[in-house]
Structures are given as structure tokens and as C-alpha cells.
Write a protein that binds this ligand. Structure first.
Ligand code: ZN
Length: 679
């Protein structure tokens, strides 16, 4: 599960107080790479890379190549026309011989940059289809001018047929309007643009998987995780992602790099993780995927680690299908001491939480947590990336074997450094006092909240016997994120953190309390289009928490929304009392999760998390526009190169940071693109 607390530009501000190795940082490093539409692209550094052993560097290199090979899989999962559209646009971008300085061409360039950012034609966050600002006529004109051999034209088809196929998909707002539809009362499968289902209804998909599920199975398979559901000759069936199945050409390339990686592992446990992942890709067997996940969660000794596969299910309206993603990373040993303190005390946190005893875990198992430096981002982690991850997702593996939780510090560092002095805090915070708190403690408490969210929040609590882990359906993701966030928020204000040496004093936590409520109630609205609802799970969870707390703080006046000079602010009058409210809400949300109470989950989400106050929204958008900031950020990866002797022997792996956003995507599309246009 992802945590994406920091995605909002400027939501933390202030100096870095972490303990990462700063010796290899370059103060003149340019973090900002590109800016277009609502996006800013940043670079991140990989401090400590040069101190790794040659073997570790080589391992990272091969795993990074494997991480980049899955890029096209994600495009296709998001929508079946995405690869054709991207390839058409890239060809025009590179081969068009007309005026490349015209307004229309610039608009085409912006649209292509947006498609790269979203891994497809739907916005990476709002899920809405992004409409080009150039006309269909211009599109037809430039595509027609390109040689057919340089376009993704089907065999036997013409360029005109390509244009006719793509025009409504790109330009008609009523066709495939949403990547994932979560509106109540419609067929979610038929109304979502994702390519996980074709020719089947939501009911048919549900009955297809219900037949497979064994309610008495104590270690249930994650059915549906790695396949597309289709109807063949009237029969509902699955196309499995594996060698010889769907996405085979890309999967074979991934395996090729994994095989090289398996020869340079740090230890046998790590080698076995890689070999079992290869077996999963070869067979498509979800039992093998569970075997792999168990081996992976147990490998705690290796410094280099990775995620590679069909992992997160946020983009499936039914929450079953895993989008392809990869991250390669290595442990930040110094900063990991912080998360080790947290996980060593996991049982204390579980025992002392404000939830009902019957929903608590008697024994918290294997909560391992570390701070990592990301070396490469791939698939669903690129260009937009999480800042914390907790895996595996299978509840029974978490129950029996624990989970691994990471905080990605070199990414949060890039966010923080790029936000310094952009005026965001000054505009949206109530007074200089909150700005000062944010400067002093914003970075530290934000990282700590991520640690608590990932290594304690998701791992805490239990389902009552017989409760289906899918009982909350589409409300499951936001409720789960709400639970993890609240667990972190509640404990941030606990004196225990000062006692453990994680916070310097008893006021630091206020920085995160303030920015959390401000973000949930006000500033995250900068990422919502006028008159739209909130769709994304993390955004829903943050608004739920902020709105519920503000509503329930009225009586005691612990926190409120206040006006000054026509501007709306969050004001916290009593931080202690706000902490109590976090605890109270945590206890309610945990009950919903533990008992699988679908109706209550629905009521909470629909009442607090979806609808937006139109007046406040408009005001916030206007204030934000004045600052001229981008509400979303993505990244470019560093470039790694193998240095070899004439005989092929590897002598070093170098890292460089010079590639532009455009060059990186064009190179990836050339180097790592083996899937057919339509899969
Ligand atoms: Zn989470």
C-alpha cells in the first residue's frame, strides 16, 4: 500500500532534519526539471550509491533494467488504446517536418508530456480523461504528414483508419471519460476505462471470482491479481499475465534482467526471492506469487531490495487487479535507526491504541521498517511516486509473516528542497506561528507520520473471524488509508515519541497536526477541478479525517475554519483535544474495518470524503493560482551505466542526472517497448 502524503507542492516546508547522509549531496543540484499543465517534474539524488560494493551496484543496475521493462504494461492496463496513442504522438513529435514552434505543436507537446506523466490519456490523480487543447483537424493533419511506416498502423490498415480510430478516444469527452469510475449505482466495470475487463459486466466478474473463492481458506489466493477478464464464445474467462500469456514479450525481458540479477545477489535469501519471482512470471500462478511474497517479506538482511510485479489494486474499480510497478532501492542505514525504534515498540503501540480491545492484535508480528534510498522508479511508481510503501498486500501474509514498510527519504528530500521559499505556507497557514512550526518540524514530523502510517498503521488491528477482507468493496481503500493515517496522527502527539527520542519536544507534533488538517480541509482542493468530486483514495481519507474532526471540534472549539480578509483558514485552538478526536475517529474506523461494516464505511465516505464545498474550493483555487505552483509533481530517474573491460568484465556502475524529461521518455519508449499496440 502506498502512502502519498507529500504529493502536494509545498505542503511541507522547512529545513531537512532527517539523518540521511548529506556528505554526498550537492547543494547546487537543480531539482526542478520541467513544468507543464498542472505538473512539475523533479530530479532526485541517490546519496550513498558510490559507497555500495561493485556487486551491489551491479545488482541495482540489472534490477533497474527490469524495472523499466514493464513500463508499457502499465500503459496498456490503464487503457487498451494508450500505447497506440503514445506511439502516434511520439512519432509526430520526432518526425513532423512542419512548424514545431506553432501554438498547436506546443499544445501537442504539452499533451504528450501529460500522457507520459499519467502513463496514458487519463489524469494520474483525478482519473478524468485529459482532453487535448489542439483540434482534431490539427491532429489529422500532422499524423497524415508522417510516413505510415513510422506510425502504429495495424497490418493491412491505413493511416486514415488510425486517425479515425483514435480521434473519438482522444477528443470526445463522453467516450471513456474516467479511468476508474467509483460512482454509486452504475456498472463500475463497464464505465471504467481501464483494460482489466472487456465485454463483461460487474455482476459477471463478481460471480466469476466468487466461484473461485473458498470462504474457509485461511490463506486465500489473491484471485484476479494478474489477469484480464474477457468473454470468449459467451464464456467468462481470464487472460493471465505471464510468459506465453498476456504481456509475454515485456515479461520475458523482465525475466532476462532478473536472471542476471540473480547471479550478483548479496546472499542466498535474496537470490531465492528473485528466482521465485521469475517462477511466478513464468507460470502466472498466484500460489507462486504468495511464495515469492513470503520469501520477500522475510529477507531483511539485504541492503539492496526491490519491488517488481502486479502489486497495487487502486486502479481497479473492483480492487482486485494489480497494476505493474517496480522500485529498486537500498537501505539508508543511518536513518533506518529511527524506524527500528518504532518497530521495536510495535506491541506497545498496539496495546495502547484507543481502539476496542477485541479489534487489536494480541501479537504484532514482524513489523519491519526501514528508510530507503530509491535508485529507480518504474511502472506505477513513475513519474508520480509514493513516499512510503507497505507490502505485501495479502492480509494473510501480513498476519502470518508480517510486512515490510519503507519510507523513501531521497524522494521526500527532493520534494522539500524544491518547495523551499515558494510562499505556500505563508499563503495558507493562519499565522506566522504555524509557518514557523512547519519550518522547524514539518519535515521531521511528516517523515515520522509516514513511518507510523506504514510500519504501524497498516499492520495494526485485526478482522473479526469470518469477516471477508473485501467486505468494504470500493470503500475499502480509503477506509484502510484513513485507519493508517489516524494511527500515525494519534501517536505523533503521544509523549512516548519524545521519550523514545523520535521527537525533540512536546510541541513538534503540532506542525503535522496543523498541516494535516489544513491539507485535508483546504489545500488539497488545489488538485481538484472546479465542480468535481474527490475520487482518489488518499485524498478521500484526508478530507474524511479533516472534516470529521472539524465538525466534532465545534463544541469544544478545539479547531475551526476561520475567515480573514475573505480567505478561509484552519485554526487549531487546542492540539490536545484534536489528538483525542483523532483517537475517537480511529476507534470508529477500526470497528468498521474489523467488522466489515459496509453501510457505515459508505456513510462515512459519502458524508465526509467525496463532496467539496464549492465556495471554499473556488477561493482556494484562486489563491493557489496566484502562487503559480504546480499541484502535482513527478520525477525523472537517474541514468545508470555499466562500465566494462574489453572482455566484458564489469568494473563499475556510474550514475548521472543529466537527462531531461522529454529525452528520458523518448529513450524509454525506444529501449523498453516490445508490446504490441493493442494487447
Ligand atoms: Zn497507506
Amino acid at each position: 500500500m502506498f502512502s502519498t502524503l507529500l504529493l502536494l507542492a509545498g505542503c511541507t516546508n522547512g529545513k531537512k532534519t532527517g539523518t540521511s547522509d548529506l556528505s554526498q549531496h550537492d547543494d547546487t543540484f537543480e531539482y526542478s526539471v520541467d513544468k507543464f499543465a498542472d505538473i512539475e517534474i523533479l530530479r532526485y539524488q541517490v546519496p550513498g550509491f558510490n559507497d555500495l560494493s561493485l556487486k551491489q551496484k551491479e545488482l541495482i543496475y540489472y534490477l533497474s533494467e527490469a524495472a523499466l521493462e514493464g513500463r508499457d504494461i502499465l500503459y496498456d492496463q490503464h487503457n487498451k488504446y494508450n500505447l497506440t496513442i503514445r506511439r502516434t504522438l511520439e512519432s509526430v513529435y520526432q518526425n513532423y517536418e512542419g512548424d514545431k514552434n506553432s501554438d498547436d505543436f506546443k499544445k501537442l507537446e504539452t499533451y504528450l508530456k501529460r500522457v507520459w506523466m499519467a502513463n496514458g490519456i487519463h489524469h494520474h490523480y483525478s482519473e478524468d480523461k485529459m482532453l487535448p487543447e489542439f483540434s482534431k483537424e490539427y491532429f489529422a493533419e500532422v499524423v497524415t504528414s508522417i510516413d505510415a511506416t513510422q506510425l502504429p498502423v495495424k497490418e493491412g490498415a491505413t493511416v486514415n483508419e488510425l486517425i479515425e480510430m483514435l480521434t473519438p478516444i482522444m477528443f470526445d469527452p463522453n467516450i471513456l471519460p474516467k479511468r476508474i469510475n467509483q460512482a454509486a449505482g452504475v456498472d463500475l466495470v463497464k464505465t471504467s476505462a481501464v483494460n482489466f475487463y472487456e465485454g463483461v459486466s460487474e455482476k459477471e466478474v463478481e460471480s466469476f471470482y466468487n466461484k473461485m473463492k473458498d470462504q474457509n481458506d485461511n490463506t486465500p489466493i489473491s484471485y484476479g491479481l494478474n489477469s484480464k477478464v474477457v468473454k470468449e464464445n459467451g464464456v467468462v474467462t481470464e487472460k493471465v499475465y505471464k510468459v506465453g500469456g498476456m504481456y509475454s514479450p515485456a515479461i520475458e525481458r523482465i525475466i532476462g534482467w532478473l536472471e542476471k540479477a540473480a547471479n550478483v545477489t548479496e546472499n542466498d535469501a535474496q537470490k531465492n526471492v528473485i528466482l521465485s519471482l521469475i517462477e511466478f512470471y513464468q507460470t502466472g500462478s498466484l500460489e507462486k506469487f504468495d511464495d515469492y511474497s513470503v520469501l520477500w517479506v522475510k529477507d531483511l538482511d539485504s541492503q539492496v531490495d526491490f519491488i517488481n510485479g502486479f502489486i497495487e489494486t487502486y486502479t481497479d474499480p473492483l480492487g482486485m487487479k494489480g497494476t505493474w510497478e517496480s522500485i529498486v532501492n537500498y537501505k539508508n542505514i543511518e536513518a533506518t535507526k529511527r524506524t527500528e525504534i518504532i518497530s521495536n515498540n510495535a506491541q506497545w503501540f498496539e496495546d495502547n491504541s484507543p481502539v476496542n480491545k477485541k479489534f487489536k492484535k494480541e501479537e504484532v508480528k514482524g513489523v519491519s521498517a526501514k528508510v530507503i534510498t530509491v535508485a529507480i522508479l518504474g511502472g506505477d511508481c513513475y513519474p508520480g511516486t509514493p513516499i512510503g510503501i507497505n507490502l505485501p498486500n495479502a492480509d494473510w501474509i501480513r498476519r502470518d509473516h508480517g510486512s515490510k514498510s519503507v519510507t523513501i527519504e531521497n524522494i521526500t528530500e527532493a520534494y522539500n528542497k524544491a518547495s523551499l521559499g515558494n510562499g505556500f505556507s505563508e499563503e495558507f497557514m493562519w499565522s506566522a506561528e504555524e509557518v514557523e512550526l512547519a519550518k522547524k518540524y514539518g519535515s521531521l514530523t511528516n517523515n515520522l507520520h509516514t513511518d507510523l502510517h506504514e510500519c504501524l498503521g497498516h499492520g495494526s488491528g485485526k478482522l473479526l473471524p469470518g469477516v471477508d477482507s473485501d467486505a468494504l468493496k470500493a470503500y475499502g481503500s480509503p477506509i484502510e488509508e484513513t485507519r493508517a493515517d489516524l494511527f500515525g496522527l494519534y501517536y505523533l502527539g503521544d509523549p512516548k515519541l519524545v521519550e523514545l527520542g523520535l521527537l525533540p519536544n512536546d510541541e513538534a507534533y503540532k506542525a503535522q497536526y496543523y498541516s494535516y488538517l489544513m491539507n485535508g480541509a483546504i489545500t488539497q482542493l488545489t488538485r481538484i477541478q472546479p465542480e468535481k468530486d474527490i475520487e482518489q483514495a488518499h485524498m478521500r481519507n484526508r478530507q474524511l479525517i479533516a472534516m470529521w474532526v472539524l465538525e466534532n471540534a465545534k463544541e469544544s472549539n478545539a479547531a475551526e475554519m476561520k475567515q480573514r480578509d475573505g480567505k478561509t483558514y484552519v485554526v487549531i485552538n487546542d492540539y490536545e483535544k484534536v489528538r483525542e478526536l483523532f483517537g475517537e475517529l480511529l476507534s470508529k474506523i477500526q470497528r468498521i474495518k474489523s467488522t466489515g461494516d459496509f453501510e457505515s464505511a459508505k456513510n462515512f465516505i459519502e458524508k465526509y470524503a467525496v463532496k467539496v464545498d464549492q465556495v471554499v474550493h473556488k477561493e482556494v483555487l484562486d489563491r493557489y493560482a496566484e502562487l503559480n505552483l504546480s499541484p502535482y509533481r513527478g520525477f525523472v530517474n537517474p541514468v545508470y551505466n555499466l562500465v566494462t573491460k574489453d572482455n566484458g568484465e564489469v568494473t563499475d556502475v556510474t550514475v548521472s542526472y543529466n537527462e531531461s524529461y522529454v529525452d528520458q521518455h523518448l529513450r524509454y519508449s525506444k529501449q523498453y517497448s516490445v508490446l504490441p499496440n493493442i494487447n
